[in-house]
Design a protein around this ligand. Structure first.
Ligand code: HAS
Length: 571
């Protein structure tokens, strides 16, 4: 489908704008591993304080980059699948809100007024621009769904009364319905707790309630990131290997199961939290195992699709067909395969470590250790990042009407990322067995042989993780060369919105798998059941029912007390 003018600008800038921020986000990741390993001993480097850098790293990479790419990809995919143009007015509103919100939050983080990490747990408190910025970014990302894609789908349905819900559009709708549901609790947290505290309208808030509301949002958030990658695996990947999607119904079932199970699992981030009863934590643990199910279905469907494709290319035997996959191909669009396969291999580890996290008793051993860091660098930092980098480069080339430049580097990039992140993951996981904590500038203390806090058993693993991080950054540099070459290349074709779509091998229409209503109903009932009592408990039984802000916005008497207390600490 050809695309021109403002719409083309919006789609392109939804890729380029977050990418510019991502460069900073990735460099701050490198700073993190160097500070944690003690290669940089200071907790402040180039004017960036450790927790300021960590906040920027998490917020840019996991919130800003992902949200923009998900909106850009969904815009393009819905437009391409329904063969209907988008509405420029709606897209401009969304773009302005998202870019404006990001700039507001970036101001707060860059000026050191929001060193609250991407989880913004109270009593840490940020400047109000941080919270308002986050809200605008989120609202802006929802605008196209309600005012563009849904109306387009309704119009398409009128013209195609017997047509089946296109699989990628079903995936996009599941993703954004979930997004809408999950932002309600975090919006309540921000608007009724954090923002009033930040503005000084209230003196205290309930931190347990804030954390429960945050994880009500925080876990489904990971599926907001993951589902677009799954849509790519189902609808694009099989085509790249010359095959077909093994089963369309299995893919739909997986997507719809996410709608049911993604949300009511947040307490698995709060197993160690007092004030919430064990029975409800266990209930959320059961549901967490349920939400792993659609990923197991995906593992099977994707592996079967890869096998089907490899056999079309002459692959034989039980395992020998693996050799026929286009790992290093630069032909046509096949370079994109490297991003998906490298991401999938990382996600195998992300999945296994996730299951360990979910297990109530095992979690107690790994919670708040570097294990969790390893887990999310093979999930959101693995499959999700690689799929998003690959599809960004692909869409940018099509939107600019150019060939992807420096394809060799573009293909090398995900494998370097894979090697780097694998080394990082192993190092972080093993270090966790010895209790290596997350979110700590360990290089200035625990990893420093001169420090009384020195932990020799963490030294090697922290350094190995820095090596892994450096290799991953090398992969990012390779990608950067290809990305910039493609961005500034001379156009040779009409700009288009286009994807290499795969057909399905098994494609039996099953009506319930194309109807969102029953799944959404079950989802809402399950959420209501799973969260009513934990929210009630959070409001009534928190160990610390109320907590004042920590940081600039302190009630005056308390600020004095803190200053007096810190003056008494022997130095
Ligand atoms: Fe998680 C913490 C449990 C998935 C992200 N998770 C986090 C945090 C992040 C995160 C960012 O239960 C840290 C939050 C913080 O700051 O505190 N997670 C799970 C479980 C899953 C899971 C059970 N997580 C994800 C995904 C993420 C993500 C996806 C991002 C996108 N996670 C937890 C828990 C915690 C947690 C606890 C709290 C820990 C704590 O104590 O703080 C599951 O959804 C995972 C299911 C996945 C699978 C893998 C399927 C494999 C596939 C690949 C197949 C490969 C093929 C290739 C086909 C079962 C699909 C074959 C190759 C050939 C050559 C043929």
């Amino acid at each position: 489908m050809s695309i021109r003018g403002g719409l083309r600008f919006i789609l392109l800038s939804e890729i380029v704008f977050p990418f510019v921020l991502l460069i900073l986000g990735v460099l701050l990741g490198l700073l993190q591993v160097l500070q944690r390993a003690g290669i940089i001993k200071s907790t402040s480097y180039l004017g960036i304080e450790y927790y300021q850098g960590l906040t920027l790293h998490g917020a840019i990479n996991a919130i800003v980059f992902t949200t923009f790419i998900i909106v850009a990809f969904s815009n393009a995919m819905v437009m391409f699948s329904l063969k209907r143009s988008l509405k420029p007015g709606v897209q401009w509103v969304s773009w302005l809100l998202m870019v404006g919100g990001t700039l507001m939050a970036a101001y707060a983080m860059l000026t050191g007024k929001a060193n609250v990490l991407y989880t913004f747990y109270p009593p840490l408190i940020a400047h109000w621009t941080f919270y308002v910025g986050v809200v605008l970014l989120v609202v802006g990302s929802l605008v196209p769904f309600f005012f563009d894609w849904i109306p387009n789908y309704i119009a398409w349905r009128r013209e195609n009364p017997t047509g089946r819900f296109p699989l990628p559009v079903l995936g996009v709708f599941v993703t954004f319905i979930l997004w809408f549901i999950m932002v309600i609790p975090v919006a309540i947290e921000i608007l009724f707790q954090l923002l009033p505290l930040s503005l000084g309208w209230v003196e205290e808030i309930n931190p347990l309630l804030a954390r429960t509301l945050f994880w009500f949002f925080g876990h489904p958030l990971v599926y907001f990131w993951l589902l677009p990658a799954y849509i790519m695996l189902y609808s694009i990947l099989p085509n790249l290997v010359g095959g077909k999607l093994y089963s369309d119904p299995a893919a739909r079932l997986a997507l719809l199961l996410f709608l049911v199970f993604s949300v009511p699992v947040g307490l698995h981030h709060q197993y160690t939290e007092g004030g919430l009863s064990a029975g409800w934590k266990l209930w959320h643990a059961f549901l967490t195992f349920m939400v792993a199910l659609p990923s197991f279905i995906t593992a099977f469907t994707v592996a079967a699709s890869l096998e089907h494709g490899a056999r079309q290319r002459g692959g034989k035997g039980l395992f020998a067909w693996w050799a026929k996959l286009p790992y290093f191909s630069r032909e046509g669009d096949q370079w994109l395969f490297s991003y998906f396969i490298a991401g999938l291999l990382l996600f195998l580890f992300g999945g296994i470590t996730g299951i360990v996290n979910a297990s109530y008793n095992l979690n107690l051993a790994v919670h708040n250790t570097s294990w969790v860091v390893g887990h999310f660098h093979t999930t959101v930092g693995g499959l999700v990042t690689l799929a998003f980098l690959g599809i960004s480069l692909y869409m940018m080339a099509k939107l600019r009407g150019v060939e992807v430049k420096a394809k060799g580097l573009a293909v090398a990039a995900p494998y370097l990322w894979l090697i780097g992140m694998m080394v990082f993951e192993v190092a972080m996981s093993v270090a966790a067995f010895y209790g290596f904590p997350r979110r700590t500038a360990a290089g200035a203390s625990y990893i420093d042989p001169a420090s009384p806090l020195y932990h020799p058993e963490w030294y090697f693993w922290a350094h190995l993780s820095a090596g892994g991080g450096a290799i991953a950054v090398l992969g990012f540099v390779a990608y950067l060369v290809s990305f910039l070459g493609t961005l500034f290349a001379r156009p040779v074709r009409e700009p288009v919105v286009e994807f290499p779509m795969a057909e399905a091998l098994h494609d039996e229409p099953i009506p319930v798998l194309s109807n969102l209503r029953p799944w959404l109903t079950v989802s809402i009932l399950l959420i209501a059941f799973s969260y009513t009592y934990p929210i009630y408990e959070s409001m009534t039984k928190g160990i610390t029912a109320k907590s004042p802000a920590y940081g600039d916005r302190l009630p005056v008497p308390l600020k004095q007390t803190q200053t007096e207390a810190s003056a008494e600490i022997p130095r």
